[in-house]
Write a protein that binds this ligand. Structure first.
Ligand code: ZN
Length: 60
């Protein structure tokens, strides 16, 4: 028996990005979301249309 899927920690912003990564883009037909820097923030953007699905601003 494995408990590898039993993670219960709080989802952070970085985890949210990881969850979105590799999903289909909601703004075009063929895009896939990839991790990238967008305007100096960590973000996931579409590799086809470049639309950021989510970005994290530095809490400065
Ligand atoms: Zn797209």
């Amino acid at each position: 028996m494995s408990s590898a899927t039993g993670r219960s920690r709080t989802v952070s912003g970085t985890d949210a990005l990881a969850l979105l990564e590799r999903n289909d883009c909601a703004f075009c037909a063929d895009g896939t979301l990839v991790r990238e820097r967008y305007r100096d923030n960590d973000a996931v953007v579409c590799d086809q249309c470049g639309t950021p699905a989510m970005q994290l601003w530095d809490p400065e």
